[in-house]
Ligand binder design. Structure first.
Ligand SMILES: NC(=O)c1ccc[n+]([C@@H]2O[C@H](COP(=O)([O-])OP(=O)(O)OC[C@H]3O[C@@H](n4cnc5c(N)ncnc54)[C@H](OP(=O)(O)O)[C@@H]3O)[C@@H](O)[C@H]2O)c1
Length: 432
């Protein structure tokens, strides 16, 4: 991993940096050389031109083995780290990762720490661009920004604020304005860079209440389908913004992203982790009809990259999930099977128990995300999420998705215990 030479302006030197290249850049002839190489010659060289079968003489670029550079946002996050890994594995691209940090070296350290946590191999093809989506030009100088724009052939936009308790106004800057900033880069200086936008099936969380029992990849997104949840509303608006932008955008909608199939490594604070904390703390799980769409983080990353390399994906949406919904009742069974004492109770009683335990963060946070819980636990029949059809997506990616059996959930829970998110399984009482 090394630095691209594109660096974010420090706050103190912003004005100066606007007027001149950094010392590193002016001394490094490589940048000027690089600027020349972004010309048509380099782009032609980067694309392996092959005839379209059955169309003599017609040419189209193949995406295979294209030695290009792509920009990835959100690489320090849960999915983004695995996306970086898949881009290394499935492509020959150099991946420029936009990473926040107090300084350039701080951004590199944050990226490296995150990569090491998930076992991402060190590679010269992973480079850090120190920047923040919310700063003008990501905090780069105008020249650096323009060079970045001419350098990349695709943008994988994965960064977001994934806070299920926050309201719309808190999340809009990152999720909407951040997406707008990515789209602006994609169309800067006359370019039309393809954008791969990671969205969420949450944009349909309220669809059943709006009269839609089932959705598929062709279902149009509407603001009311996102319900009253800040996160899903901002993601829905980001999709609408991208759809209207004059550049090719592909939409990838995961359901809930579960842990890594082999290691169980998962997010510490997503809905599933919060729910597990709450049920284990209360020693009680709600009887409910709720279910959700899921995929492991490794499958999700594999699907994004595999689809992004296919032709004809622009302006389409893909549903990155297992064929079947996961019932929360099944998850609670896995928890019981591991040895956690968990009685069943009605949803209304379970909510009362949460209020009784509100002094504990586990119960408090579950109540804070109750608007989401209403849908996922299906507190009322019309709150239940719509049936999600992902067959068109699975038909396009010939990938076998991992089985989510008891062993998989045991690995995920074990990971959460190791992280101190969940208590260990209580030892069985010794016989008297
Ligand atoms: N997790 C799920 O179950 C799930 C389900 C469906 C869809 N998704 C979507 O998948 C994507 C990734 O989710 P995740 O769970 O991996 O999220 P995450 O772990 O919270 O990671 C979010 C990433 O976004 C970056 N980011 C946030 N604000 C930024 C800014 N202003 N400038 C630059 N980077 C910024 C974060 O950087 P820092 O490290 O600097 O904070 C981090 O790398 C999101 O688009 C989300 O909507 C997630």
């Amino acid at each position: 991993m090394c630095v691209t030479g594109i660096r974010r302006r420090s706050t103190s030197s912003r004005t100066g940096a606007r007027l001149r290249h950094s010392t590193r850049e002016t001394r490094d002839g490589g940048h000027r050389h690089w600027a020349r190489r972004t010309s048509a010659t380099r782009i032609r060289a980067a694309f392996a031109i092959s005839p379209i079968p059955g169309q003599r003489g017609a040419l189209r670029p193949t995406l295979r083995d294209m030695p290009d550079e792509v920009l990835l946002t959100g690489a320090t996050g849960f999915l983004g780290g695995y996306l970086a890994g898949e881009l290394l594995r499935q492509t020959s691209s150099t991946v420029l990762c936009l990473v926040r940090g107090r300084s350039r070296s701080g951004a590199e350290q944050r990226f490296r720490a995150g990569s090491d946590r998930i076992g991402l191999p060190r590679s010269d093809r992973l480079k850090v661009v120190h920047g923040n989506l919310l700063d003008p030009h990501f905090g780069l100088s105008p020249d650096e920004y323009t060079r970045l724009c001419h350098r990349i052939t695709a943008i994988y936009h994965c960064a977001a604020s994934v806070n299920l308790a926050a309201d719309f106004t808190e999340l809009a800057p990152t999720n909407i304005d951040g997406t707008r900033a990515v789209l602006a880069l994609a169309t800067h200086d006359g370019r039309r860079i393809p954008v791969h936008l990671v969205s969420t099936q949450g944009v349909f969380i309220n669809a059943r209440a709006e009269g839609l029992d089932a959705i598929d990849e062709a279902t149009a997104v509407r603001p009311d389908y996102a319900g009253g949840i800040g996160y899903t509303r901002t993601k829905s608006e980001a999709e609408a913004l991208a759809r209207a932008w004059n550049t090719p955008v592909t939409f990838y909608r995961p359901g809930i992203i579960l842990g890594h199939s082999a290691t169980g490594r998962c997010a510490d604070n997503d809905f599933v982790a919060r729910l597990l904390r709450a049920v284990i703390r209360l020693g009680a799980a709600p009887e409910c009809d709720g279910d959700t769409t899921v995929s492991t983080v490794d499958d999700t990353a594999r699907m994004v990259v595999a689809l992004s390399r296919q032709p004809d994906t622009a302006n389409r949406a893909f549903h990155l999930t297992q064929a079947d919904h996961l019932a929360f009742g099944e998850v609670f069974e896995h928890v019981r099977a591991l040895g956690y004492p968990l009685r069943s109770c009605g949803l209304a009683e379970w909510r009362r128990l949460l209020f009784d335990e509100m002094h504990s963060p586990d119960a408090f946070v579950m109540l804070a995300v109750w608007k989401v819980a209403e849908h996922l636990l299906a507190t009322k029949p019309h709150h239940r999420i719509p049936r999600v059809d992902s067959s068109a997506t699975r038909g396009r990616v010939a990938l076998e998705l991992r089985t989510l059996d008891r062993g998989f959930f045991a690995r995920m829970i074990d990971h959460l215990v190791t992280r101190g998110v969940l208590p260990p399984v209580p030892a069985p009482a010794s016989p008297r």
